[in-house]
Design a protein. Structure first.
Lengths: 356, 314
């Protein structure tokens, strides 16, 4: 019998307003108010968290080791225990969760930021592809997502009207999200890369997000209604899109299974689906039925700060539990082309056998 | 509030990568107008080929030749090609399962319009005229009127003068924005004014300012004029001339604690022989005509500062 692992919860979440460009702000300046807000909510002083972990990408900033400058914003003196992932902040949260599970930390600050406006995201993202077979062709992120959307249409699983409805529903939900970039009715527009129109694609966003995790009693003291992490898992598929079934997401399904997502129904799901067709695939892989509230925040179609958008999903799901609007929520983050890599987290308002 | 500063930032890198034996055979084959795949342990033929089995992770090396015709498995019409993409005119991105292969290859399809493209369409390779052993040796695919014919046949994979490495040049253009604090600082420097920011928590003055106190982790917004005079806290003698830098060696590069600052910045020391620079030397900034920032610092002629006045800034 394995001992029961530590109970770890998301106790605070904050995010910036996500905007097309933030020319007046450095990455640190973009992050500072977000860090201040999340630490205030958790009742922590800068530098007080036992562990700090961040997610960002030098390719977005165009500068090596760009994340080190943002350490100016966390109070890193006396020296703190710190780590960074060159990934979405959802994976930084995973590392922090594991760190707390080991017992080496009781609290963790997780943050992520991305200034997509610094470069041209469609070109920048081609550099994450296979350097021998794919990168020399410069297939941009929208083109790869369009290949996936067409495969899904060919399989009879969606059509362009369905996709437009997904876009409209997400952005309608975003009217209640003051941080979102695209809110309410947005013209579905012309084809960017057919079958995807501008409305099927995420906005290009600058933004930041931060989360505080805490274990057991610490979590209960920091938050009236902690969002307990029931499980997190992440899985990756081959990098070559021609070797995958683009109409399915076995990595999401497996991550969900391992995170315990199918053990009990969820009432809310925050999906990191930057392109409309990807929501269809994720709903299928995660077995989400009509009674699950999907993306009440508006999702990545309403704001897509690269490297932070996945962490935002976990934060939004947790915040709904904090506010008493959800009892059991699923959060998903993705990375790579065509949903190559996927993380699933399951959050709950109460622990097993404990009255709410 | 001054206008926000921005500057173009170009990142250009020619990554050179060594190829594994399977990749080498595939890319060399393209140069010779032959498309090779590799057979995985489950019998599937992978094109483009992998060095390792996707299921068992074992090395695989059973090369096979597949057809130069194939079938579109999915497509996307790209009405506005971007720089570096395979065709300059509107084209379809396609995943093509070549005859004899079990996986699909990503490339461009030259077609008159989206109406001419569909999943299941037959296509064939159009070879580039100049071929070097790269995926771009396939210029693109073009429509092809013919049934699926090919099947995978064993291939030795050996060629004369094989390609063993790949140079993948890439250039990305960015716009760098230093942000509020540095914009203000640089604007002040251009007006011959040295400014820092005071931390509201520890009260230290940081120069140059970055918008936050790096020790306390809080926003620093109170501007403080510092210097212009300061003290050399430590220094080094540079003996190797940097490329594109019109400064004669040897010269001295120093940490300078400006009066009123709690952090030393760095600058070049001139106006004194390099071997006479010392800790405690009092210096002041020198702007040349039209400069937006100090060119160097020179001795003020004051007596040296006492060690105790700057030792905490070392």
């Amino acid at each position: 019998m394995t001992p029961r692992p530590r109970d770890v919860a998301v106790v605070a979440f904050a995010q910036s307003d996500h905007r097309r460009a933030t020319p007046g702000l450095s990455e640190t300046e973009l992050l500072l108010p977000v860090l201040r807000e999340v630490l205030d909510r958790a009742g922590l002083a800068p530098g007080e968290a036992d562990f700090t972990c961040s997610g960002s990408s030098d390719y977005l900033a165009g500068r090596p080791f760009s994340f080190t400058l943002t350490l100016d914003g966390v109070g890193a003196w006396p020296p703190i225990a710190e780590s960074h992932v060159e990934m979405d902040g959802a994976w930084a949260l995973y590392e922090a969760w594991v760190k707390i599970l080991t017992g080496e930390a009781d609290t963790a600050l997780v943050y992520a930021h991305g200034k997509s406006s610094a470069g041209d995201v469609r070109d920048v993202l081609t550099r994450q592809l296979d350097p021998c077979y794919l990168a020399p062709l410069w297939p941009d992120s929208v083109s790869l997502a369009a290949l996936q959307a067409q495969a899904l249409i060919d399989a009879g699983e969606t059509d362009e009207d369905d996709l437009a409805a997904i876009a409209a529903r997400n952005r309608a939900a975003a009217t209640h999200n003051p941080h979102a970039q695209l809110r309410g009715a947005v013209p579905h527009g012309d084809y960017v890369v057919r079958p995807l129109r501008t409305g099927d694609c995420p906005p290009v966003s600058d933004g930041a997000a931060a989360v505080v995790l805490a274990a057991g009693e610490r979590a209960r003291r920091m938050c009236r209604r902690p969002a307990w992490i029931r499980g997190i898992d992440h899985r990756i598929e081959p990098h070559d899109p021609g070797r995958r079934d683009l109409t399915d997401s076995p990595s999401t399904r497996l991550a969900a299974e391992r995170a315990g997502a199918f053990d009990a129904p969820v009432d809310t799901a925050e999906l990191h689906a930057p392109f409309t067709a990807q929501e269809v695939i994720l709903r299928k892989a995660l077995r989400l039925t009509g009674d699950v509230r999907v993306n009440p925040s508006g999702g990545a179609l309403a704001a897509h700060p690269l490297m932070a958008a996945g962490l935002v999903r976990i934060g939004e799901a947790a915040a709904r539990i904090h506010r008493g609007e959800s009892h059991r929520a699923l959060a998903h983050a993705t990375s790579g082309p065509c949903l190559q890599q996927n993380l699933v987290a399951v959050l709950e308002a109460e622990l097993e056998g404990e009255p709410e | 509030m001054p206008e926000q500063l921005t500057a173009p930032l170009v990142v250009s890198f020619p990554f050179t990568r060594s190829l594994g034996p399977v990749q080498s055979a595939f890319l060399t084959g393209l140069r010779e107008r032959v498309v090779l795949g590799v057979r995985a342990h489950d019998g599937r033929v992978l094109v483009p080929p992998a060095e390792y089995d996707p299921t068992t992770a074992e090395e695989i090396h059973e090369l096979v030749e597949v057809g130069t015709t194939g079938t579109v498995t999915t497509w996307a019409w790209n009405p506005a090609p971007r720089p570096n993409q395979p065709l300059a005119t509107p084209f379809a991105w396609v995943l093509v399962r070549l005859d004899g292969a079990d996986t699909a290859l990503l490339h461009a399809l030259d077609a008159p319009g989206p109406e001419a493209v569909r999943t299941g369409a037959r296509v064939r390779v159009r070879w580039a005229e100049q071929r070097t052993g790269a995926i771009t040796d396939i210029a693109c695919f073009e429509p092809h009127d013919g049934p699926e014919t090919g099947h995978a046949t064993p291939h030795h994979g050996t060629f004369t003068d094989p390609v063993t490495s790949l140079t993948a040049p890439a250039r990305l253009d960015y716009t760098y924005t230093p942000g509020r604090a540095q914009t203000r600082h640089l604007g002040n420097l251009a007006r011959h004014l040295l400014t820092g920011e005071r931390c509201p928590s520890c009260r230290k003055v940081h120069v140059p300012p970055r918008g936050a106190c790096p020790t306390c982790g809080v926003a620093a917004t109170e501007q403080v004029v510092v210097g212009p005079r300061g003290t050399v806290t430590t220094f080094c003698v540079v003996n190797i001339k940097a490329r594109n830098l019109a400064i004669d060696v040897p010269y001295v590069y120093a940490h300078i604690a400006l009066d009123g600052a709690d952090l030393a910045l760095h600058g070049r020391i001139a106006g004194i022989p390099y071997d006479q620079v010392r800790m405690g030397l009092r210096v002041e900034p020198v702007w040349r005509d039209g400069d937006r920032h100090p060119d160097h610092y020179r001795p003020t002629g004051e007596p040296d500062a006492d060690y105790d006045t700057y030792k905490r800034l070392l």
